[in-house]
Every structure is written in structure tokens, then in C-alpha cells.
Write a new protein. Structure first.
Length: 255
């Protein structure tokens, strides 16, 4: 199986406030790993560190066995990492297909060739479009391909964002609250799609989510953080029964 992603002793401070305090985690290849914690625990900050959108004061990030401390976000995409964000950030006046195709930007070759519209660039563009259509089909978006994203229901926009991330053909996907703001049916559909992406496409998933029913159902292993530090880790059953987790996040223990 092997190690897909690892971070060790990550420290991040904002104006004297320690957002990440020696955070460490390991994501095995092919698994769905959860990252949970109260609001302000440092989850999104750590996501930004792992995808190289955020600098950090100390620690190391390894992706695909390579030290990634000096990498930029587009380097991580080219290495096989894709991510979504808490807030939907799509091009609302463009179609579903156009939005999904933008996700392949990290895989596009020589930009001079593309500007000159050489035959190789045309072939590449067609390949990107074909794969975008394939991903849309997997995520049940085929009927929406020519519709402007701004006109789609919220749950559909969440699926478009997921499809855009998958358009770069990642080996690993970081999902930042994929069902936030979704109703029950949208949440169930996105839950099933996360399983599909992992099981059928073989994509490793690191998931931040406040919906505990989703986390407990889809994740193979869970890390819990609090006040920017590691609090607990284990299988869903182990985390659910952990008294420190119950007190810090899942609700006070009645015992």
C-alpha cells in the first residue's frame, strides 16, 4: 500500500497565535482519511499547508515520498494532488463543461504551443474535453454539461467542483467540507461519490468535514485535532469512543 502523504511537526502562526502546533499525520495510499476538530482547530490551515497554499514556520511535508516543502500549488497538482475548498469558487458564467476543463490546467503542456494552436495543442485540448466529459458522467453531471454553473442547484455546484478537481487526474484528493450547506439528499449523493472516486478511480482521499455521520461512514481512519495540535487518532469506532474526542468535539461525556 505505502505512504501517499505525510506531514511531520507542522507549525503555523498568525500574529502570535499558533494555528498548527506540531501537527503530524500520515495518509496511506488508496484510503479515505478523515481530519476533524472544532471550528478554529487548524484543519483548513493544515489543508493549505499540505497543498502548499500556506507557508509554515517549521515541519516537513512529504508527497509521493518526496519532500515538498519548497513546492508551489501548481507543482502539487502536477505531482498528482488536487483539492476543493470550503467555499465554492467556480466560474458562474461558464458552463459545467468549461469549469471542469479548467481543472486540467496543471496538466496542460507547452503554453506557447497552445497559444499558436498547433495540432498537438488541438489534440491535447480534445483529450482534456473528452476526459472532462468522462468525469462528468461519473459524477452524474452529463445533463448539465452545457448549462451555466451559476444556474445549477447548490448540490450540483458541489459536484462540479469535485469534477473540476478530478479533471487533473489526481492520485490524491483533499476535500475541504464537501457537504457543507448541502441538504440530506445532496449529502447522501456526495457521500456515495466520494466512495466512488476512491473505490473505482483509486484516488486517495483526505477529508475535512463537520458532518460526523459522513465522516464515520466513509473514512477508514480519522485524525482529530484541537487547538492546532493532535488530539487523537484511530478507526471511526475508536474515535467515536474516545473520551477526549467526546469532550472536545462530539459533545460532553455524560459519564
Amino acid at each position: 500500500m505505502g505512504e501517499h502523504l505525510r506531514c511531520q511537526d507542522i507549525q503555523v502562526s498568525f500574529g502570535g497565535v499558533r494555528a498548527c502546533n506540531n501537527l503530524s499525520l500520515t495518509v496511506p495510499r488508496g484510503k479515505i482519511i478523515g481530519l476533524i476538530g472544532p471550528n478554529g482547530a487548524g484543519k483548513t490551515t493544515l489543508f493549505n499547508v499540505l497543498s502548499r497554499f500556506q507557508s509554515y514556520d517549521a515541519g516537513d511535508v512529504y508527497f509521493e515520498g518526496k519532500l515538498a516543502n519548497d513546492r508551489m500549488p501548481h507543482h502539487m497538482v502536477s505531482m498528482g494532488m488536487a483539492r476543493t475548498f470550503q467555499n465554492i469558487n467556480l466560474f458562474k458564467d461558464q458552463t459545467t463543461l468549461q469549469n471542469i476543463m479548467t481543472g486540467a490546467h496543471g496538466q496542460i503542456g507547452n503554453p506557447i504551443s497552445a497559444m499558436c494552436w498547433l495540432p498537438a495543442a488541438r489534440r491535447r485540448e480534445r483529450q482534456i474535453e473528452d476526459y472532462a466529459i468522462h468525469v462528468a458522467d461519473m459524477l452524474n453531471l452529463t445533463p448539465e454539461l452545457e448549462n451555466e454553473v451559476g444556474n445549477l442547484p447548490y448540490g450540483h455546484q458541489k459536484r462540479v467542483e469535485l469534477a473540476r478537481a478530478l479533471a487533473s487526474r489526481p492520485s490524491m484528493l483533499l476535500l475541504d467540507e464537501p457537504v457543507a450547506g448541502c441538504n440530506d439528499s445532496e449529502t447522501q449523493e456526495l457521500k456515495e461519490l466520494v466512495f466512488k472516486v476512491n473505490r473505482e478511480m483509486g484516488v486517495t482521499v483526505l477529508l475535512v468535514e463537520h458532518d460526523m455521520s459522513m465522516v464515520m461512514e466513509v473514512c477508514d481512519f480519522i485524525y482529530v485535532i484541537n487547538f492546532g495540535a493532535n488530539l487523537a487518532m484511530g478507526t471511526p469506532g475508536e474515535v467515536r469512543a474516545n473520551k477526549d474526542v467526546i469532550a472536545a468535539y462530539l459533545g460532553e461525556d455524560d459519564d
